[in-house]
Write a protein that binds this ligand. Structure first.
Ligand code: NAD
Ligand code: TYD
Length: 352
């Protein structure tokens, strides 16, 4: 079996669902269920014996070691993290705790477990660390995309904590021989994304007739990838990635924030003409910029294509349409998410 951390979050739950749809190998899912963890995402596998869920903290060394000894996974796929940049600005402590200390705890436990395996099992074992392109910092308009050799220049507490975790993973390979793989992926979008991130927030607010907050001038650029393509890339890296290597994963899809928001508005005008305010674009509201807001991210994903034959399957046009459809079809999911602690936080971020 494989051990997935953070499998009740956005990407982790998509990964667990995709994994079980692709093969029969069981998944042990360790997630502490912060505000971002939602077991409802995994309703489709609730009765599936191949999915074993354990609520727990990756910072709990005894718990993590106990699970490794009990379930004896052949791989650890590490998704668990605090993941929202704006939250990291308001309260960086949780990011250092989970992303840095949690990754350290997991590495120590994995290394101890791995060193007790027989040679064949040791050679087969993998620790796959799921990371972000934000560790590379911010690009200017004419700069080359981020490659695997771009120097790290993290600018937010979130990206700094992820950069630290990447360095720990690298060190555990070089120092102790732990067979690690790291993926650095661009911005994901798709089903089950918490409506604090740009795309689901804009869809939810547009449907409710609420302002669509655009930070600064709206010209910041992100490289968007459909979450199913990210899950596929992770499966390929786990299967055939070279131990100790990092792989950049991206959508070849640079978009300004304002163009994304306009596109979502246009799709909603067509699919949901009965919203309280239409055309939905009227809701666009420019707000104060995020402190230290990175201007541009873009991924050079040639290495993973060259070595593993991976390329995104979804175009942005098809992926964003699919995503808007999903949110329209799953409005009860959004309402339930919004009625939790999300509400308190959104008030602090945007005012009541
Ligand atoms: P998310 O915030 O939606 O989910 C994180 C999950 O981790 C939640 O289920 C949460 O309960 C769990 N978790 C948090 N702290 C924990 C702890 N101490 N112990 C156990 N579980 C804990 O995040 P996501 O967007 O799904 O991102 C998953 C991973 O992918 C993260 O490592 C993130 O840095 C990385 N990533 C995300 C994106 C993106 O666009 N969302 C892009 C590239 C990389
Ligand atoms: P986000 O989804 O938070 O991802 P990240 O900061 O990790 O890239 O934000 C994506 C972009 O959208 C980023 O440039 C910030 C911007 N943004 C807004 O303009 N308004 C919003 O309400 C949010 C949440 C983000």
């Amino acid at each position: 079996m494989i051990l997935v951390t953070g499998g009740a979050g956005f990407i982790g739950s998509n990964f667990v669902l995709d994994w079980l749809a692709h093969n029969d190998e069981p998944v042990l899912n360790l997630d502490v269920l912060t505000y971002a963890g939602n077991l409802e995402n995994l309703a489709a596998v609730e009765a599936d014996r191949r999915h074993i869920f354990r609520r727990g903290d990756i910072c709990d060394a005894a718990l993590v070691s106990g699970l490794l000894e009990e379930f004896r996974p052949r791989a650890v796929l590490h998704f668990a993290a605090e993941s929202h940049v704006d939250r990291s600005i308001l309260g960086p402590g949780d990011f250092i705790r989970t992303n840095v200390n949690g990754t350290f705890t997991l590495l120590e436990a994995a290394q101890r477990y791995w060193s007790g395996l027989d040679t064949v099992a040791q050679q087969a074992f993998r620790f796959l660390h799921v990371s972000t392109d934000e560790v590379y910092g911010s690009l200017g308009p004419g700069d080359a995309q981020f490659s695997e050799t771009t120097p790290y220049q993290p600018n937010s507490p979130y990206s700094a904590s992820k950069a630290a975790s990447d360095h720990l993973v690298r060190a555990w390979h070089h120092t102790y021989g732990l067979p690690v793989l790291t993926t650095n992926c661009s911005n994901n979008y798709g089903p089950y994304q918490f409506p604090e991130k740009l795309i689901p927030l804009v869809i939810a607010n547009a449907l409710a007739g609420k302002p669509l907050p655009i930070y600064g001038d709206g010209m910041n650029i992100r490289d968007w990838l459909y979450v199913g393509d990210h899950c596929d890339a992770i499966r390929q890296v786990l299967l055939r990635g070279r131990v100790g290597e990092t792989y950049n994963v991206g959508g070849w899809n640079e978009q300004t924030n304002i163009s994304i928001v306009r596109l979502i508005c246009a799709i909603l005008d067509e699919l949901h003409p009965g919203s309280p305010v239409t055309p939905h674009e009227q809701l666009i509201t420019y707000v104060k910029d995020r402190p230290g807001h990175d201007r541009r991210y873009a991924i050079d994903a040639r290495k993973i294509e060259r070595e593993l034959g991976w390329r995104p399957a979804e175009t942005f046009a098809s992926g964003i349409r699919k995503t808007v459809h999903w949110y329209l079809d799953n409005q009860p999911w959004v309402s339930r998410v919004q009625s939790g602690s999300y509400r308190d936080w959104i008030d602090r971020q945007y005012g009541p």
